[in-house]
Design a protein around this ligand. Structure first.
Ligand SMILES: Cc1ncc(COP(=O)(O)O)c(C=O)c1O
Length: 279
C-alpha cells in the first residue's frame, strides 16, 4: 500500500479519488516537489520546503508548508519507507474551468510516500548514461517547479525510443540548458562547468549540493552557459538530480565523451555526494 494524503486526509494512493476540476489536472496550475528518502530519512528536507515556498510564491498560491512538512514526516513513519521518495503537489484548488478563478480557491495538496528499490540508479551510476540531444521546447519559466512537464516527458520518450537513457536540452543558440529531470555539468581541464541559474533552468537542489562539494574539494567552478560543441569536447560530463544523484554521461548523441567511461572527477563527486547526503 502506498500511503497518501489529500488535504491532510490519509488514504491508499491506489484508491484515492481527486476532483476532476482540480486546476492541476485542467491547467497544470500546480507546483510539486520530489524528495529522496534514504534510511527512513527525507534527504535535505529543508531545502525542498524552501523551494516549495518559492514555487508557491511564484504562482501566488498561499499554503502553509509547515503542514506539508508535518504530513511528509507522518507518512514516512506510518508507511515505514526505508528507501524511496516523497511526492508533494499543491494546486491552486478546484473550481469552474475558467483561466482566472472567479473567487479565491482553497489549494489542494496531494502528498504520497513510496518505497523504491534501495538504489534504482545503481547500474547507470556505475556505467554512465547515453544522452540524446533534444531541442529546447519548454516554456520560458523553467525556474519554477510546476507540474507542466510535457516538454520534458516528450523529450524523454523520444530519447528512450531512440535507444538512449536520458535527454539533454539544447536551446536555439546551441547552448545546453538542462535535462528533463536533472541539471547538466561538464568538466574541462579540471574545471567544473554548469549553466548559471536563470529562467531557463530549475534551481536544482542537487546542483547546489554538487557545487558545494566542488568548493569543499577546491575544484574550480565556471558558472557559464556551454555549447553543445563544448559538451561534446569535454573531458567529463554528468547529470545531477534528487533521485539519480550524480550520473556520469558517457555518450552524447552518437559521440563518446572522452574515452566513453565515467570520468574521475565525476566519480569523486558521486562518491562524496553519497557520503554526505545519504543519511
Ligand atoms: C527540469 C529539471 N531540472 C533539474 C532537476 C534536478 O533538480 P533537483 O536536484 O532539485 O532534483 C529536476 C528534478 O526533477 C528537473 O525536473
Amino acid at each position: 500500500m502506498i500511503h497518501a494524503s489529500w488535504n491532510g486526509e490519509k488514504s491508499d494512493l491506489e484508491t484515492l479519488m481527486i476532483p476532476a476540476l482540480d486546476r492541476a489536472y485542467l491547467f497544470g496550475d500546480a507546483v510539486y516537489e520530489v524528495i529522496k528518502v534514504c534510511n527512513h530519512q527525507a534527504v535535505v528536507l529543508d531545502k525542498h520546503m524552501q523551494r516549495l515556498r518559492n514555487s508557491l510564491a511564484a504562482l501566488k498560491i498561499s499554503y502553509d508548508t509547515e503542514i506539508v512538512r508535518k504530513i511528509c514526516l507522518e507518512l514516512m513513519s506510518e508507511s515505514q519507507v526505508e528507501h524511496g521518495m516523497i511526492y508533494i503537489q499543491i494546486s491552486r484548488g478546484s473550481g469552474d474551468r475558467v483561466h482566472v478563478p472567479v473567487k479565491p480557491l482553497s489549494p489542494n495538496c496531494l502528498i504520497f510516500c513510496k518505497e523504491t528499490p534501495s538504489d534504482p540508479y545503481l547500474e547507470l551510476r556505475k556505467g554512465g548514461v547515453k544522452a540524446y540531444l533534444h531541442p529546447e521546447q519548454r516554456w520560458r519559466r523553467c525556474d519554477i517547479k510546476t507540474v507542466n512537464l510535457l516538454g520534458n516527458v516528450l523529450a524523454m520518450m523520444e530519447a528512450k525510443n531512440a535507444g538512449f537513457d536520458e535527454a539533454i536540452f539544447v536551446d536555439e543558440n546551441e547552448l545546453i540548458t538542462e535535462a528533463p529531470h536533472s541539471s547538466v555539468f561538464m568538466v574541462k581541464d579540471g574545471k567544473v562547468f554548469a549553466a548559471p541559474l536563470s529562467a531557463q533552468i530549475l534551481p536544482s537542489i542537487t546542483r547546489e549540493l554538487v557545487l558545494g562539494l566542488c568548493n569543499k574539494l577546491s575544484l574550480p567552478i565556471c558558472l557559464e552557459h556551454f555549447s553543445k560543441t563544448k559538451l561534446l569536447a569535454s573531458d567529463e560530463a554528468f547529470l545531477a538530480g534528487t533521485l539519480s544523484e550524480v550520473l556520469p554521461v558517457t555518450m552524447v548523441g552518437g559521440d563518446l565523451i572522452a574515452s566513453g567511461k565515467p570520468g574521475p572527477l565525476t566519480l569523486t563527486l558521486q562518491q562524496q555526494f553519497r557520503l554526505n547526503y545519504r543519511n
